[in-house]
Design a protein around this ligand. Structure first.
Ligand code: ADP
Length: 244
């Protein structure tokens, strides 16, 4: 479903991604872990070209973005439609209700008619456990509820791939579980997802594969039980010792 080749990203002289190669199969949940500043968020943002990589290519399903060649805005827009991102700080529209937030993408991006967008948004909000909060504004919702709206909004775009950028790290600890549960349900329904997170329990319980990043590279990758119980690389071991 996703094929990443020799991905590089520089900000000025700072090389943040130093050649990343990853394949993700359809239906896999991949969790990316690693120290702060290792390039995890940049890696995720490159997958839907919120950051433009300096070199390499990303293929999602049947579309390839090859960053060694010039490409048009139209190509970027088409490429972006294949994935949807969930952000750390939810990024909801504050002046719109939960329902309106979820309807916005389908109406604006996909040009769906309002009635169809509403029906779909209601279904998705029900799925994330917010059937009784559809008419609430973000400020009337808890952080966990806002993030579930964030996930619903991404799902409404019917992406082939969901990208999660530290979706629970702005939440009070008691609200983390409800968001992880929604993500867990998505994974078990076969959604292809790439998740940057510090939630090691989620990584252990849900990931098909864990990628450990450090210094702009993937240092080690493997099944969660291997990465957590038997890491091969010293840097992985050091990182896990620090956080556990
Ligand atoms: P992580 O998610 O692992 O904490 P990031 O991808 O956020 O790492 O950041 C990796 C490095 O890239 C950091 O040194 C960060 O300061 C730098 N960086 C990220 N975004 C930008 C940007 N827009 N401009 C300049 N430097 C950036």
């Amino acid at each position: 479903m996703i094929s990443i080749r020799n991905l590089h990203k520089k900000f000025g002289d700072l090389e943040v991604l130093k050649g990343i190669d990853v394949d993700v199969q359809k239906g896999q949940a991949i969790v990316v872990i690693g120290p702060s500043g290792s390039g995890k968020t940049t890696f995720l943002r490159c997958l839907n070209i919120l950051e433009v990589p300096t070199a390499g290519s990303v293929t999602i399903d049947d579309q390839t973005a090859d960053f060694s060649k010039p490409f048009s805005k139209r190509q970027i827009t088409a490429f972006r439609k294949q994935s949807a991102m969930v952000f750390q700080h939810y990024n909801l529209f504050p002046h719109m209700t939960a329902l309106e937030n979820v309807m916005e993408g389908p109406i604006i991006v996909q040009k769906k008619d309002k009635a169809a967008a509403r029906k779909k948004a209601e279904e998705i909000l029900t799925k994330v456990g917010l059937s009784d909060k559809m008419d609430y504004y973000p400020f009337q919702l808890s952080g966990g509820q806002q993030q579930r709206v964030g996930i619903a909004r991404a799902l409404a775009l019917e992406p082939k791939v969901m990208l999660f950028d530290e979706p629970t790290s702005a939440l009070d600890p008691e609200l983390v579980g409800e968001v992880l549960q929604v993500m867990k349900d998505l994974a078990s329904e076969g959604m292809t997802m790439v998740v940057v997170t510090h939630e090691m329990r989620f990584a252990k319980g849900v990931a098909d594969e864990v990628l450990f990043m450090d210094g702009g590279k993937i240092v080690e990758r493997g099944k969660p039980e291997d990465i957590f119980n038997n890491p091969k690389e010293e840097r992985t071991q050091q990182f896990l010792n620090l956080i556990e």
